[in-house]
Write a protein that binds this ligand. Structure first.
Ligand SMILES: [Zn+2]
Length: 220
């Protein structure tokens, strides 16, 4: 390997090149100029709380998600009925598999990349590190689909591990398509734990004759 001629952008280069972008690109989580992100559920700031993120790029205080999960389970039918309702935006929070605990670096109430100190942050599903989105793309080598997190060195996939939190129009589509890949192709949850097949029978009751009987019951 040796000298590969500046594949890794230097920190100062990154900072100066993209300073302007940072101003526009400060995130989707209830950010107001000069103020930090807030929990999507409680609208509270993350002062010393554990921050978790979902596949949509929303951020939460972990314990608020636990409350939401319980609420969603309790009102399952009700929530499913409310397709157009605002509540529906959070009805995907069904278990702890739907969130990832984030490793956040704070600077003046803002999330910054620990490597580049930039604010155009996304997070990596595989390790939870909050890092600069543009930096990830800048250090990406041609044809490379897997790499290691610039902060903690854990492996991640460019194909499906980057969760965007920016305000761009592409964010939703990006995050939705990655999640689709995870659930439909890789059969894993947002936190990459395998999805267990269960309860399929309950939906197939009428007319389904040859349904495989998955009578596995988990023993506790
Ligand atoms: Zn990491």
């Amino acid at each position: 390997m040796g000298n590969d001629g500046g594949t890794i952008a230097k920190r100062q280069d990154i900072i100066s090149l993209h300073r302007e972008l940072d101003a526009k690109n400060t995130g989707v989580n209830g950010l107001v100029d000069g103020e930090g992100p807030v929990c999507k559920i409680s609208s509270l700031a993350f002062s010393g709380e554990k921050v978790v993120g979902d596949y949509k790029g929303f951020l939460y205080i972990k314990e608020k998600v636990l409350e939401k999960v319980l609420e969603n389970l309790r009102n399952k039918e009700q929530v499913e009925g409310k397709k157009e309702n605002d509540e529906c935006e959070l009805s995907h929070l069904r278990s702890l598999n739907d969130i990832v605990e984030l490793q956040v670096t704070w600077q003046d109430n803002q999330m910054v990349c620990p490597v580049s100190v930039r604010k155009d942050v996304c997070y990596l599903r595989s390790c939870g590190c909050v890092v600069s989105f543009r930096m990830l793309n800048e250090v990406k080598k041609a044809g490379e689909s897997d790499s290691v997190c610039p902060s903690c060195s854990k492996e991640f996939s460019y194909t499906h591990d980057i969760v965007r939190m920016d305000n761009s129009d592409e964010r939703t589509e990006w995050n939705e398509s990655k999640m689709k890949h995870l659930s439909e192709v890789l059969h894993v949850h947002h936190n990459k734990k395998p999805i267990k097949e269960k309860k399929k029978k309950t939906k197939k009751r009428s007319g389904d004759v040859d349904g495989e009987s998955r009578a596995k019951k988990s023993k506790k």
